[in-house]
Structure formats: structure tokens, C-alpha cells
Design a protein around this ligand. Structure first.
Ligand code: PLP
Length: 453
């Protein structure tokens, strides 16, 4: 590379913070080192030829960093990982096969049997299942805290608490999480805050507000086209895993599965960077649990990600138009959107979001369950699917679908009322989105059906 180009790359990596540019140029990739191809190649390989036996041994001993095996790393995935890390303002990123794998890794990278963690009650239904049932079977206890008051998190901490977990913009309530307030509480006790930022890429950067780790379901807004399932964990590089060795045993005690490595010490020594969390997730969890993202899928997500900043602008602006339209509509009981909440919860949207309030909108159609169902069935352009963050507009009735495995108490705790419909507003022309909503609301019968519910 020319000197000038090198300089620009350095500036790009260190100084350029604009998401539009990062999404296209972030990370170290300029062109393929072997062919100079500009588009990121799909490295469809399981393995990498070692230069010699010494290099092979060094790679396995982490004395040198390089490609070993695609379950653990891959050059296509590497480009995606560096771009997402740059987008979130983190130091390193590990990609995995789905958002669910990312949540599983996020917790099991710092908790083991006998430990507990505190989670916000405002969560994706699949995450509730993972935390309440599957992690419990592995001996890891979740303690739920209502995020309306950040102090609820502190009340649940004991000597076995290893991390705090929350979503930036959880549906159905769409109450923005008090990131800094809870991160400050955690840091007082040397407990990291892990934020699922799936619903708010570009408009919110939780690491800037104190989160230690950000996870994504890349399936949603970052991939953006409903074509690929993927996930990732971003290490903020801003948390001292060794400050209180008893608090974080997985980073301070020798790991017998890796020659007695003490991850909190060995990683900064080897890399010169505070990325023990990311390295452990890669070399221990990906090694043992699998869940690697296929390079073909990483390529699909890289393509989608190139336009994420542009799409988020359109998602946000269209969603605001939908909110303005629905709040005035006679067949609508209630609209949920981050900036509609009153008081402190509403103020969080102003404090934490830049450039919009996201693409998700909640709506309660007048007439309860039946009207809600009729409304969804009458939508013509919106797809009726279990996804969010697609370029297309989507709708679903959570109580009978995404959240259907929760008990009625869990449903209410998660804010899923019977008639609630979740909309993920796409990037179509706003006039066409409003027209589809209007005709479906009229078809739903609105207030006339109220007596039936
Ligand atoms: N986190 C959030 C906020 C989600 O909405 C989802 C999926 O809907 C997930 C995680 C899980 O992601 P995936 O479907 O990619 O496994």
C-alpha cells in the first residue's frame, strides 16, 4: 500500500467515527491481499496451511495470532467483525451463528455453574427462555430487575453476580434502557454491563455510555434484508476484568482447558490490548461450543451492513411518520414509541439516541385480540413475519407467536398485552406504508369490535 493510503487507513481506523463511512471502509480491509478484489471475498475454507511446525505451535499457543480453523476464525468473518467493532466504538468483535448464540456466549463467557447475573425484565422472548430455563439447567441463575428504576439492579447484586444484561430498545415497551445509570452501578461492583443493541445500531452506541460489551443479532437491522441469520459480541475494551479477581474468576483463575492461561493477564500481555473478553469468547467458547458464523453468511451481512446508516435514517423517519399517523387514527387505542413515553423514561430517548428513535412501533388496535388479528390479516404490503429490522415493513402479534412460550404472567411482565401488534417499519415510501396501515385499520373494524373482546 502507498504511504498516503496507509495514512488514510490509519486515520480511518482511529479517527473516522461516521457510521456511513465505517460501514463501507471500517476495519483493516482495503482489498483482497491475494487478488486485490475490492469486494470482500468469501473464504470458503475450513483450514489454513501453516508456514511451518513452529508457526503452527505458536498459533495454537496464542504466541502468534493468525488463522487456525474456520470454527474459530475466518478472513471473511474478520472483516465483518472489525467493521461492527468500529461501528460500535469497541476494540474487538467475535461473530457467531445467530443472535441467540451471541446472548448465550455473552453470559457463559463470564458465568459458570453456581454464578448469577442480573437481567432487565424488558427482553426478547427467546432471550427470556434462554435465561430462565436453559441457563438454569446449566446452573446459572438469572435475577430479573425492572429497568424503570436503575436501583433495582443494585438490589440484586451479591458476591456471585458476574454481569448485568439488557437490551437498548426492547419491544414491546420500547422503553430505552438507562445505560449509563446501570453501567455506573455495575462498575461500582466491578460488574460489566452487556447491552443487546440489535434494535438500535447507528442511533445508539452503548459502549460510549459505559457498557462493557455489546451484542447484536446481525439478522436484523445490520444485515437488513431478511436473508441471513448471524450474531456477534463486541468487546468495548473499557472494562478491567482483573480489578477484582474474585468477582471475575473466569478471567483471573488458570484455565485448565488452555494450559492454565489466566485470560485477564495473558491477553493484554500478548495483544497489548484490553480484549480478554473477546479472545476468551473466540478461543474457548467458539472452540468448544461451535456456533461459528459461516463465511457465506458473513458475506451476506457485510453486503447488508454497507447501507445500515442510510437505512436506519429511513427506518427512523418512516417510523416517526407512522407514529404521528397512528396516534391520530380513530381505530387505534394506543401507540408505543420511545419518544412517546413520559418523564424520565421518555427523556432517555433524547439522552441515548441520535438521529431517530428506531424502526419499531407498537400499536394496540381498538377492539382487542380479534381486531388485532383482523388488522394483521388485512395488511397487504406489510409481511406477517417473526422478524424485525428487514428493509421491508413487517408486522406480528407477539402474544400468539414470538412470545407464545411465555406464561401469562411472563407475558404481562414483558408488556405483551393481548391486542398488541408489533410493527417493524421498513424503508418503503412513507405514503405506501401509511396507506397499507390505514386500509388494514379500517378493515379491522376498530371500535365496533370492542364489545366482542
Ligand atoms: N436479540 C434480539 C433483541 C432479538 O430481537 C432477537 C431475535 O429476534 C435475538 C436477539 C436473537 O437473534 P437471532 O434470531 O439472530 O438468533
Amino acid at each position: 500500500m502507498s504511504k498516503l493510503l496507509n495514512k488514510w487507513r490509519e486515520k480511518m481506523t482511529k479517527e473516522i467515527k461516521n457510521p456511513e463511512t465505517i460501514a463501507l471502509h471500517g476495519g483493516e480491509y482495503r482489498s483482497d491481499p491475494a487478488t486485490t478484489a475490492v469486494a470482500v471475498p468469501i473464504y470458503r475454507t475450513t483450514s489454513y496451511q501453516f508456514k511451518d511446525t513452529g508457526t503452527a505451535a505458536n498459533l495454537f499457543a496464542l504466541k502468534e495470532f493468525g488463522n487456525i480453523y474456520t470454527r474459530i476464525m475466518n478472513p471473511t468473518n474478520d472483516v465483518l467483525e472489525k467493521r461492527v467493532a468500529a461501528l460500535e466504538g469497541g476494540l474487538a468483535c467475535v461473530s457467531v451463528g445467530s443472535g441467540q448464540a451471541a446472548s448465550t456466549f455473552a453470559i457463559t463467557n463470564c458465568c459458570q455453574a453456581g454464578d448469577n447475573f442480573i437481567s432487565s425484565t424488558d427482553l426478547y422472548g427467546g432471550t427470556v427462555n434462554l435465561f430462565t430455563h436453559t441457563l438454569k439447567k446449566l446452573g446459572i441463575e438469572v435475577r430479573y430487575a425492572d429497568p424503570t428504576d436503575p436501583k433495582n439492579f443494585e438490589k440484586q447484586i451479591d458476591e456471585k453476580t458476574r454481569c448485568i444484561y439488557a437490551e437498548t430498545l426492547p419491544n414491546p415497551y420500547l422503553r430505552v434502557f438507562p445505560i449509563k445509570e446501570v453501567s455506573d452501578i455495575g462498575r461500582k461492583h466491578n460488574i460489566p454491563l452487556i447491552m443487546d443493541n440489535t434494535a438500535a445500531p447507528v442511533i445508539c452506541k452503548p459502549i460510549e455510555h459505559g457498557a462493557a460489551v455489546v451484542i447484536h443479532s446481525l439478522t436484523k437491522f445490520i444485515g437488513g434484508h431478511g436473508t441471513v441469520i448471524g450474531g456477534c459480541l463486541v468487546d468495548g475494551g473499557n472494562f478491567d476484568w482483573t480489578a477484582d479477581p474474585k468477582r471475575q474468576p473466569l478471567f483471573n483463575e488458570p484455565d485448565p482447558s488452555y494450559g492454565g492461561a489466566v485470560w485477564g493477564k495473558v491477553v493484554p500481555e500478548l495483544t497489548g490490548a484490553n480484549v480478554a473478553y473477546a479472545v476468551r469468547a473466540r478461543v474457548v467458547l467458539l472452540r468448544d461450543l461451535g456456533s461459528a458464523l459461516a463465511p457465506d453468511n458473513a458475506f451476506g451481512i457485510i453486503q447488508g451492513m454497507e447501507t445500515v446508516a442510510l437505512r436506519m435514517k429511513q427506518h427512523c423517519s418512516n417510523a416517526q411518520k407512522v407514529v404521528d399517523f397512528l396516534t391520530k387514527h380513530k381505530n387505534v387505542e394506543r401507540v408505543i414509541y420511545p419518544n412517546i413515553h413520559k418523564g424520565e423514561v421518555g427523556d432517555r430517548a433524547k439522552r441515548y439516541f441520535k438521529g431517530g428513535n428506531g424502526g419499531l412501533v407498537g400499536v394496540e388496535v381498538k377492539g382487542g385480540v380479534e381486531a388485532g388479528k383482523k388488522f394483521i390479516e388485512s395488511l397487504k404490503m406489510f409481511y406477517h413475519v417473526a422478524n424485525i429490522g428487514d428493509a421491508r415493513s413487517l408486522a406480528i402479534h407477539p402474544a400468539t407467536t414470538t412470545h407464545s412460550q411465555l406464561t401469562s404472567e411472563e407475558l404481562l411482565a414483558a408488556g405483551v398485552t393481548p391486542g398488541y401488534v408489533r410493527l417493524s417499519i421498513g424503508i418503503e415510501h412513507p405514503d405506501d406504508i401509511l396507506a397499507d396501515l390505514d386500509q388494514a385499520l379500517k378493515a379491522s373494524g376498530g371500535a365496533k369490535l370492542k364489545a366482542v373482546s
